[in-house]
Design a protein around this ligand. Sequence first.
Ligand SMILES: Nc1ncnc2c1ncn2[C@@H]1O[C@H](COP(=O)(O)OP(=O)(O)OP(=O)(O)O)[C@@H](O)[C@H]1O
Ligand SMILES: [Mg+2]
Length: 459
Amino acid sequence: MKLLPRSLGGQLFVLMFGGFIVGNLFGTLGLWSQAGALHPIAREHALSRTITAYRLANRMPAEGGDNWLDSFNTQVAHLWIDHTPNVRDMDERELSLATALKQRLNAQAVTVRMPCRRDAASRSLAQMDNVAGDSIECVEIDLALDHGRWLHTRQSLPTQSLWREGWQLLRFSLIVGIPPVLILMYVFVNRILRPTAALTAAAENMSRGERIDPLTIQGPDEIREIALAFNDMQERMTRFVDERTRMLAAISHDLRTPLTSLELQAAMLPESEERDEMLRTLDEVRQMVNETLSFAHQNARGEASEQVDLVQLMDDVLDRQRDLGHEVELRAPSRLSYRCRPLALKRALSNLIENALRHGQRAEVSMRRDQRDGDILIDIADHGPGIPEHLLERVFEPFFQLDPSRNREDKGNGVGLGLATARDCIRAHGGNIHLHNRASGGLVASIVLPSHRDVDAMA
Ligand SMILES: Nc1ncnc2c1ncn2[C@@H]1O[C@H](COP(=O)(O)OP(=O)(O)OP(=O)(O)O)[C@@H](O)[C@H]1O
Ligand SMILES: [Mg+2]
């Protein structure tokens, strides 16, 4: 199947164009049956020459000699009279010529031989072959004259050439046929490909977490059904995500009232170690609720995708950390063009960089485009303690923290949503994040962002 192009358009083209060419070739091959038949005009000439000679021969007195026959002899024809009879069985082709002659002459015996016997005389006639450029057939016709004599003729006649006539016909049919076939092909291939291109673009946008308009239902039945199924799936998924987000927002929102009341009650307790601890915990819970609410809001906003320079975007994120006095390092090409939702991606990258700085003091970021498949690869490394191997996946669970007390005390007070939201965002772009410990110590967060054929080609 390697011979076939991989694209649907290419395959349709081969199918239609190939069908046209093969059809024409078969049509031309239909001419094969006529190949080798004597050329009709030459055949008529040979017959009339033979008929004239036959009639004259019967009228001329036998004693007068046969010199008059010399005027019939040319480079391609040789006629003579003698007493040698020639009667033999003939094949279909020979018989058809003999019958035609018999009918026109009323002759008693006509014998035709095609091709002639292989002798010097017939070979000299056949030398015309090269001159005519066509294939030549030597034909012998023997007719019984009155008074027991026989008229013998040997003539060279051109046969119909399959190649020349077939090629002429094929050329004509290709010249006349190809433009309409190309137009038809363009119309039909376009009719099939336009909706599939729209479907691919919609699926890619959806994989980036964008909200997309329903596809226009167009094209052949099968493509329409795919588009209908796609619209249906997209609508259900959007409804499902919206419902979950709304529920999340509602729960977080409703939690804030009892939380405020708890905080008030705790604040009114007499001052003690326990009261402070209670207030600290309540503060943490409020932060979680707020984070969840803002996450739900961000999700509901549905930011649009745009083509951005990822290196510039990363630089903006790092600049904020530099301003705060953190040590960050970036290794990247001068430019990496990518289509994404920039604010969401910025948030995800910030979360990872904040983690690296919180746990490892210093963040080393490297970015590059994979030469093989065009994916964008981003590594964020630190020199911190890393994460125990068996927890490398669990830290992505919402609110999961390795050692909350350690986090709280001296490294800022996160709630354990950073990695969860970062992975959500990267997955919404069709990519993924993985964590792994470095042999030299420290953690690396590796991000893969998939290439998108349509837009990244411009990068
Ligand atoms: N670079 C890192 N080095 C060591 N441990 C890490 C690193 N990044 C994350 N962790 C561990 O994984 C846990 C989860 O990280 P995550 O970013 O989800 O939450 P957080 O940083 O604690 O809080 P938030 O990001 O919501 O402010 C952290 O509590 C921390 O223990
Ligand atoms: Mg974090």
